[in-house]
Design a protein. Structure first.
Length: 157
């Protein structure tokens, strides 16, 4: 069982690390203005998606599993009138993912099946929530890819 536990932790941790690396790759060519500007009349800016992912991980895994004192302000993730710099927003996401990876590595086989409860969640246990957060991050990575393509298209690249 220990081998399965180690394999599970390694796979989950590597998925979150890979997702984070992809966010950084996609953010690198964006200017500060592009990072915080919506290129379409609908949807979100790249930067607000970064804030949203940070809030999502910090609440669902940080506050609810790792017992951090994080208090989420979800609406502000999408409409913060004074957002942090691009570098600061990415740094906060780095810290959230590091917390997730650390939390994942601390879970025992028994911990994964512990009951889970949080606002706006129907996940039954910790493993389900950790996997849902990974899927959520993947979903928004798709949006970030699309935003990057649009900024390149507008630049004539």
């Amino acid at each position: 069982m220990a081998d399965l536990q180690n394999a599970l932790s390694d796979v989950i941790a590597s998925r979150y690390s890979a997702n984070l690396a992809r966010v950084h790759d996609l953010a690198t060519p964006l200017s500060h203005e592009q990072f915080w500007t919506k290129p379409f009349p609908y949807g979100n800016s790249f930067g607000h998606l970064v804030l949203h992912l940070t809030g999502n991980l910090s609440y669902y895994i940080g506050a609810q599993i790792a017992n951090t004192d994080y208090v989420r302000d979800r609406p502000r993730e999408f409409n913060d009138p004074n957002p942090p710099s691009k570098n600061e927003a990415l740094k906060r996401l780095d810290e959230a993912v590091a917390m997730v990876v650390n939390t994942v590595r601390q879970q025992s086989a028994e911990d994964w099946s512990k009951a889970y409860s949080a606002v706006n969640s129907n996940c039954r246990n910790r493993l389900e929530m950790v996997m849902q957060c990974d899927s959520h991050m993947q979903h928004h990575l798709g949006q970030m890819i699309y935003l990057g393509f649009e900024w390149k298209r507008r630049a004539g690249q």
